[in-house]
Write a new protein. Structure first.
Length: 229
């Protein structure tokens, strides 16, 4: 099971391998695409509530909050019990000087309320549609950000239930095939494709890997272990 900080630690391994870099302004750059080395391009993509995230694939899709990745790059692991916040309130502004580890705003999530059965129920309810993350948060007495982390698989990854599925319903079989063909041709990232289809970068990752819409056709990316994305 993944614990706190696992993905930002994994991100640092990607940086050390030369697949990503972080500049002095806290911007994250991608240096390798599916077809090999490429001109540097921004790696972040918009997430909920104005935050930014980074996706990559080493045979499994990984998702890391950009602010935590930047913090770890410049300062090391996030202190226990702290949350990384933006001093100016602009959640997409990840300049190192704009980030701070705040203990006063951190509220531990009541994860003890969310056993495996409830986590799976949240994922299935969100996948079925007709209910928002905010409504699920109110129903289970947790925050919307906690619901978001559950439905996209950032938390409780080993628990059952579909993750990030609601938006994938908007993709047709033709869309999935086109996404795979375009990704296989190279020159585009998950974030690039997510801007052109009504899904998230995490959804694109799973489509490319054949974890969803497996019968839609198109070249399915198999795990290579080289960390390309």
């Amino acid at each position: 099971m993944r614990g706190p900080g696992v993905n930002d630690e994994r991100f640092m391994e990607e940086v050390e391998a030369g697949r990503f870099s972080v500049d002095a302004q806290g911007r994250i750059w991608r240096h390798i695409l599916s077809n090999g080395p490429a001109e540097p391009r921004r790696a972040e993509y918009p997430a909920e509530r104005g935050y930014l995230r980074v996706l990559w694939n080493d045979g499994r899709c990984h998702c890391c909050q950009a602010r935590k990745a930047v913090w770890r790059y410049f300062h090391g692991p996030v202190p226990d019990g702290a949350e990384i916040v933006h001093k100016n309130g602009v959640r997409g502004d990840n300049r190192p000087e704009n980030l701070e580890a705040s203990f006063s705003t951190y509220r531990p999530q009541p994860s003890f309320r969310m056993n495996a059965r409830k986590v799976e129920a949240v994922r299935r309810a969100y996948h079925a549609g007709g209910v928002t993350q905010k409504q699920l948060a109110e129903r289970y007495g947790i925050s919307q950000s906690y619901v978001s982390a559950i439905v996209c698989g950032e938390l409780r990854a080993v628990v059952g239930g579909p993750t990030s599925e609601n938006s994938r319903n908007k993709l047709t079989a033709q869309d999935a095939r086109e996404i795979r063909e375009r990704y296989a041709a190279g020159g585009v990232s998950y974030a690039d494709l997510a801007e052109q289809y009504p899904v998230t970068g995490a959804d694109i990752c799973l489509v490319v890997n054949g974890e969803v819409s497996a019968d839609a056709g198109g070249p399915i990316r198999r795990a290579t272990g080289d960390g390309s994305h």
